[in-house]
Design a protein. Structure first.
Length: 597
């Protein structure tokens, strides 16, 4: 048996044309080996060069980039003369799993036809054999109904299912190398567990060699055999997973590890802060409203919560739990079918069109994807200046001065005002998104998954910024996330939503130790731990997909998934709301003693 590496990279460099027209080296002198059947993780902040290196392994350079150095995958080699040899292997011996499976699939074609397409293009086997192999992969990846799921269209499947199907597409040709490029970043924590378990199982079964790109050390600790830490296109450290996590040698690696554990910035909170935003009995959904006033696709059911002036309340749950719908209802972007919303005692109209300019100013929203929320054709100064004109009638030098102050608030230099958003990093864009909300001088900001698309270091910086702004400006937050660790780092109180119903609520410290609602316990247990082998623990269970709210009975909505459901109680009557000794309110039939046991 040969001991030579299956993937060999020596002195890799990638050069592009810089803003001044001169050559700019964005990857510099990177070398590593990957043995057959092993997975190497490339980790670092956004802009560190992770994806650029991964694409170079396929002989692909974006935007006319020049690749130099030695890259060998199996017997295919790129030695600086160009990417022809490796490029010819794309889709057959070297395959790629992208971050957004929803964007990668053609919505007009059935899934099975897209999964087997690489095998047909590269003629690795017949259509019949490829279909049989695809079904075997569906089964190995833990997809429901492996014999029939391929007949469905992409829009009929969940994000986690699409991500597994994309892995099946990458594995259909039995490649030598599979590149995973942030494949779970867009997934909620419970879905991520199932996808990671499926990826790891299939990679091990097939003996595949992998390169796993991520900014999340806890995730790569479950997938990789070794880790290569990158910063600004250069290698900072490389080691086996356990050794690197236990004794990181480089200060940048130590920074990444520290950023994986957001630190709570405790702030004094009044015992009973003056109510600012009150949501009472809200029900909402999408689609046509029937004669009984029910939407075709109900999402929220009788949700209530109160946010005090200057307070921060987090709302957590999986995708589909109704978190973002709460923000849309509060912002007036979606009219509720029942319930009321009031701001400082003043009832708000259900939609934006019925609210005054002053009411709009006081409630601002920051969306998850700054790329979509910010106009790429306008400068940062124009984007912020428009808000100042609309809400404060501020023009000219006064507006320019305020733009500079806003940029200083979010810790960006004043020169950023002249730049367009496509010239900024992801973290900078999200800061501008936040500055646009602050420009209105609001009482409360609705933060809808504002850190979920950011790497760990940038995420930590944004959380620090939000905490400082709250302290200095007295602004309140409704903070929406699927990550309880992130919410605990910022918020005073946390509300847990499951299928549109509040199943638990309480102070932040009430979520430190059990008892929890069984669903809260699932969310907490699904956050990857920073240690190898966590994913293989028997206690780590992949979650079943959420059913539609309309399909749920009037009983506990978590009943079909609950690991501690009791026949004769949970399936007979609605659950009572119980107060735990820590003060948390839990919607469950089980007593505190039973939940602890």
């Amino acid at each position: 048996m040969s001991l030579s590496p299956h993937v060999e990279v020596r002195n890799l460099a990638v050069t592009v044309r810089g803003p001044d027209g001169q050559p700019l080296r964005i990857i510099d002198d990177v070398s590593f080996d990957v043995a057959r059947g092993e997975v190497l993780a490339l980790i670092g902040e956004s802009g560190s060069g992770k994806t650029t290196i991964a694409l170079s392994l396929m002989g692909y350079g974006r935007g006319g980039a020049a690749i130099s150095g030695l890259i060998r995958v199996g017997d295919a080699t790129l030695d600086g003369a160009g990417g022809a040899s490796l490029a010819a292997q794309r889709g057959r011996r070297i395959t790629y799993v992208a971050q957004s499976a929803a964007a990668a699939f053609n919505p007009s074609r059935r899934v099975i036809d897209q999964v087997i397409e690489p095998a047909l293009i590269h003629r690795t086997e017949s259509a019949q054999a490829a279909r049989a192999r695809a079904i075997d992969l569906f089964r190995a990846l833990g997809l429901p109904g492996p014999e029939t799921i391929g007949s469905r269209y992409p829009h009929e499947l969940s994000g986690g299912q699409l991500q597994r199907l994309m892995a099946a597409m990458a594995l259909i040709t039995q490649p030598d190398l599979v590149i995973f490029d942030e494949p779970t970043t867009a997934l909620d924590v419970t879905t991520q567990v199932g996808v990671l378990q499926a990826f790891r199982r299939v990679v091990r079964q097939q003996g595949a060699t992998g390169v796993y790109v991520s900014h999340d050390l806890a995730v790569v600790a479950q997938m990789a055999d070794q880790i290569l830490v990158l910063n600004r296109g250069r290698v900072r450290e490389q080691n086996r997973v356990a050794a690197l996590l236990e004794a990181p040698a480089d200060d940048y690696t130590q920074l990444l590890i520290a950023a994986a554990h957001p630190v709570v910035k405790a702030q004094p909170i009044p015992a009973k802060p003056e109510p600012l935003l009150e949501i009472a009995g809200i029900s909402a959904g999408y689609g046509p409203i029937d004669r009984a006033g029910r939407p075709a696709y109900p999402v929220l059911s009788d949700v209530s919560l109160t946010i005090g002036r200057g307070a921060a309340v987090g709302v957590i749950g999986e995708s589909g739990s109704g978190k973002s719908t709460v923000a849309r209802v509060v912002a007036g972007l979606l009219a509720p079918v029942a319930g009321t919303i009031s701001l400082a005692g003043e009832t708000l109209a259900p939609t934006v069109s019925g609210r005054t300019r002053e009411q709009l100013r006081r409630v601002q929203i920051v969306f998850q994807n700054a790329d979509v929320a910010l106009n790429p054709a306008h400068s940062v100064g124009d984007i912020l200046g428009r808000v100042l004109r609309f809400y404060h009638d501020m023009h000219g030098a006064d507006a320019q001065r305020r733009v500079a102050e806003l940029l200083d608030l979010i810790r960006l230099p004043a020169t950023v005002a002249e730049r367009r958003c496509d010239e900024l990093s992801g973290g900078q864009k999200q800061r501008v998104n936040l500055a646009r909300a602050l420009a209105a001088d609001p009482d409360i900001i609705l933060c809808d998954e504002v850190t979920s698309a950011l790497d760990t270091v940038v995420r930590g910086a944004i959380l620090d910024l939000l905490a400082d702004l709250r302290r200095d400006l007295g602004v309140a937050y409704l903070f929406i996330s699927h990550d309880i660790a992130t919410v605990k780092a910022l918020c005073d109180e946390i509300v847990v939503l499951y299928k549109g119903t509040r199943v638990e609520s309480g102070r932040r410290d009430g979520y430190d130790t059990p008892p929890f609602h069984p669903y809260t316990d699932l969310l907490i247990g699904s956050v990857p731990e920073l240690r190898p082998g966590w994913l293989a623990d028997e206690s780590v269970q992949a979650a079943a997909p959420l059913a539609h709210l309309a399909e749920s009975p009037d009983l506990c909505r978590f009943l079909p998934r609950c690991p501690v459901a009791m026949a004769g109680r949970c399936d007979v009557a609605p659950p009572p709301l119980r107060e735990m000794s820590a003060g948390n309110m839990v919607l469950c039939h089980r007593t505190e003693a039973e939940l602890v046991g």
